[in-house]
Write a protein that binds this ligand. Structure first.
Ligand SMILES: Nc1ncnc2c1ncn2[C@@H]1O[C@H](COP(=O)(O)OP(=O)(O)OP(=O)(O)O)[C@@H](O)[C@H]1O
Ligand SMILES: [Mg+2]
Length: 295
């Protein structure tokens, strides 16, 4: 039996989805505070989705080189800055990762170069509109913090996945990020993942408190996606530059990441026009100032 959800249909017997043909669904993985596990989650979710049969593009939107590529044990030569310089095309800088998904490296560099390279950026928008058809899901791994480079990608996504840990500083920063998203994209689907928790209950309890705050002060409900336990296997996999889903696919944290990925897949997305392409969104939000010119 086929059920239609937001232009995607789910086959109820297999659980797989026939995805939208207009453009891929964009998921932004973000946090506020750094070091909470965004890149680890993004890389592993890309691997899960590829295994489920989806065509995935993972955009490393961290300007500091050596984020996704370092975690994957791959050294990239080119970034989107080379596209803006006109020496490479978007297609030429994308590379195939082990795990059968594609990576677009250091994409947030575009935001800094936007003013001087507007014409080239328009070319990026149009070339991205064509090649996005090669993908079902585009995952954006953002940098830490609430800079324009981060927010321009987050505001342009269909689903915002906010990662936090039980650390109070991480929760405060996650709330700050949720506030910015809900203020600027009132239609956004904002989801919370708790990482490095001691147990499931800790994750649930933190979610309930955070959701009460967002409902009360931001008039927006958070979607709880799940939690990942603090687990030395993740740190080991990161140190060895191999995604856990590939080295230890049956471990509890790998199972948690599979569960999380399916739940995000099943959650309905925001109602943002599904005809806008990701880089058009980045262009639109390029001048965003926190606390000032909020869009
Ligand atoms: N569930 C977990 N259990 C144990 N360690 C974890 C877990 N999740 C992530 N880590 C560790 O936390 C560190 C930071 O992870 P990661 O690089 O994914 O965070 P990040 O949010 O992308 O950081 P940044 O903001 O700097 O980009 C890594 O060294 C990783 O080993
Ligand atoms: Mg990271």
């Amino acid at each position: 039996m086929e059920i239609c959800v937001n232009q995607m249909s789910i086959n109820s017997s297999t659980g797989t989805r026939a995805v939208d043909r207009i453009r891929p669904e964009v998921w932004a993985v973000t946090s506020g505070k750094g070091g909470v596990g965004k890149t680890n989650l993004s890389v592993n979710m890309a691997s899960v989705l590829a295994r489920m049969g989806y065509r995935v593009l993972l955009i490393d939107a961290d300007i500091h080189l050596g984020n996704v590529d370092l975690l994957m044990g791959i050294r990239t030569k080119f970034t989107i800055a080379d596209v803006l310089e006109g020496t490479k095309t978007l297609k030429e800088i994308i590379f195939r990762a082990p795990g059968d998904f594609d990576i677009l490296p250091a994409a947030s560099a575009v935001v800094d170069l936007l003013e001087t390279k507007q014409n080239v950026f328009r070319d990026i928008i149009s070339s991205y509109s064509r090649f996005q058809q090669n993908y079902d899901i585009v995952l954006v791994d953002t940098a830490a913090g609430i800079s324009t480079q981060v927010l321009s990608f987050v505001f342009s996504a269909d689903k915002s996945i906010v990662v936090a840990t039980p650390d109070p500083a991480s929760l405060t920063d996650a709330y700050g990020m949720i506030k910015l998203i809900t203020r600027n994209r009132s239609d956004a689907a904002v989801m919370l993942v708790l990482n490095m928790v001691a147990n499931e209950n800790e994750g649930q309890t933190i979610y309930h408190k955070m959701n009460l705050m967002t409902q009360r002060f931001l008039s927006h409900s958070l979607i709880y996606i799940g939690s990942i336990l603090q687990d030395s296997r993740i740190a080991w996999a990161v140190r060895n530059q191999q995604p856990l889903l590939q080295t230890d696919p049956n471990s509890p944290p790998a199972k948690a990441i599979r569960f999380i990925t399916r739940k995000i897949m099943e959650a309905s997305n925001g109602s943002q026009s599904r005809r806008t392409n990701l880089f058009e969104g980045v262009y639109k939000y390029r001048d965003f100032q926190i606390g000032g010119g909020e869009v």
